[in-house]
Every structure is written in structure tokens, then in C-alpha cells.
Design a protein around this ligand. Structure first.
Ligand code: MN
Length: 244
């Protein structure tokens, strides 16, 4: 069987010390690559670029797209003005990742979005974000755990008849490191799980084989949590089917 090539969408880190002061570096958490390899995929990294034709060609050699965690999305992209608790945004990364998602959807590539990745899928498809969880509910849980993300934080309740339910069943304990959350769902998406305070923890696109966004960080759990690794297995498996 040919192992599918999984694109990990780029993010940028701006250097704060000399001699590269202010320079952008492409970067990502190496755990994404490790999890994809564990799940029998071939991870490749897509650097952030500002050319649509290049994005098309980047994705033309890929069988699936993973969108990593990262900064907040500029709320102007979902027609809202910035609120006081909005975090750091980067218009270049937003532009790149939204175009990447749109082209991947055109190509029917399976997509797994993690944390910001889930949010940017929702925004790219026409949904909105709460700029801070405190704007969503009055008494939220702590969704920014202080402990290491290899440890677990809060339960999620998983809806029946969802892809996630096939993987994690009705309830699972996840980690949590997000100050924003999904507000209005994009068309053709469903909520597949929520936290006990009602915060949306995962979404799925209904008219695609595997387009999923999760608000937690499975890449920080899956290397020692075999059940969480099944999420990567399911993603890579769907990319494999596309490959045949
Ligand atoms: Mn959470």
C-alpha cells in the first residue's frame, strides 16, 4: 500500500534576538510529524507563501492536509471588529491557510484541523469565532491548562453518528490550550463534541469524507494515548483511500 503524503500547513515564528531579529521562520510542532508517521503517513511541511499558483502546486503532490495550532484569526475575516481580549493575529498566515483550505476542499483532500486549525477551517468555510471564551459563556471551565499538554484537562461529550464518535466513542478526556472557540458554525458543518460548559470542542463537514476540526491538541496526547492516535490513524486512512 502506498503511504499517503500528508501536508502540514506552515506557520511563522518571528525571531526576537539578533542576528535574525524580526525575521520570519517557518516552524511547527514536531509532534504532528511523529503522529503522522505513527499513523503510516508521510509528513511533509508546507512553508507559508503568498502565491495562489504555488499553493495549488504544493497541494497537487499531497493526499491530505493537517492544519496546526497557532495564533488567533483576524476577526475582520469573519466580519467582526476586534474585541479587547483578542490575541495576536497574522494576516499573512491567515491568507495562506484560508486559501490552502479552499484549494484542499476543491481537491476533496481530507483535512484535520487542530486548535487554531479547527477555527480557521470554520472561518474559511463561512463560520465565526468567539474572540475569547469569556464572550461565549458566563462560567467557562479552564480551557488553558497550566500543566503540560501531555496531561489531560476536561471531558468532551461526543455526539452520536459522527466520525469522532466512531473513534473516541461517547465521552473522552482531552487536553486544552485555547482562549477562543467556535461561535457560528459554517454551512455544511456539524458539532461533533462539546465540553461540559457547552464550548464546541470539535466540528465535522457533512458533505466530505473526512474534514474534521478539534479544539484540543491530539498531537500532544497521541504518542502515549493509543486511542487518541486512532484519530490520526483515521485521518491518514482516509488520505490513503484518496491516493488509490
Ligand atoms: Mn477545551
Amino acid at each position: 500500500m502506498i503511504k499517503p503524503i500528508i501536508a502540514i500547513a506552515g506557520s511563522l515564528y518571528t525571531e526576537t534576538s539578533t542576528p535574525f531579529l524580526g525575521n520570519n521562520f517557518d516552524y511547527n510542532n514536531n509532534n504532528y510529524s511523529k503522529c503522522i508517521v505513527q499513523a503510516n503517513g508521510i509528513p511533509i511541511y508546507l512553508p507559508v507563501i503568498d502565491d495562489l499558483d504555488t499553493i495549488q502546486k504544493q497541494l497537487s503532490i499531497c493526499d491530505g492536509l493537517l492544519l496546526p495550532g497557532g495564533n488567533d484569526i483576524n476577526p475582520l475575516l469573519y466580519n467582526e471588529l476586534p474585541m479587547p481580549k483578542l490575541g495576536k493575529c497574522n494576516d499573512f498566515i491567515d491568507w495562506y491557510q484560508i486559501n490552502l483550505i479552499n484549494i484542499a476542499l476543491e481537491k476533496n483532500l481530507p483535512i484535520l484541523g487542530v486548535c487554531r486549525g479547527a477555527q480557521v477551517i470554520n472561518v474559511a468555510c463561512g463560520g465565526t469565532i468567539y474572540q475569547d471564551i469569556s464572550y461565549a459563556v458566563n462560567s467557562p471551565l479552564n480551557h488553558i491548562q497550566n500543566s503540560h499538554l501531555s496531561e489531560k484537562c476536561h471531558p468532551i461529550y461526543i455526539n452520536a453518528n459522527t466520525i469522532l464518535n466512531n473513534i473516541l466513542e461517547n465521552k473522552y478526556i482531552v487536553n486544552s490550550s485555547h482562549h477562543q472557540c467556535i461561535n457560528k458554525l459554517a454551512p455544511n458543518f456539524i458539532i461533533s463534541s462539546v465540553a461540559p460548559d457547552g464550548i464546541i470542542e470539535s466540528i465535522e463537514m457533512i458533505n466530505k469524507s473526512f474534514v474534521i476540526g478539534v479544539q484540543w491538541h491530539p498531537e500532544m496526547l497521541a504518542l502515549k494515548d493509543n486511542k487518541m492516535l486512532q484519530l490520526f490513524n483515521a485521518f491518514v486512512y482516509n488520505c490513503t483511500k484518496f491516493n488509490i
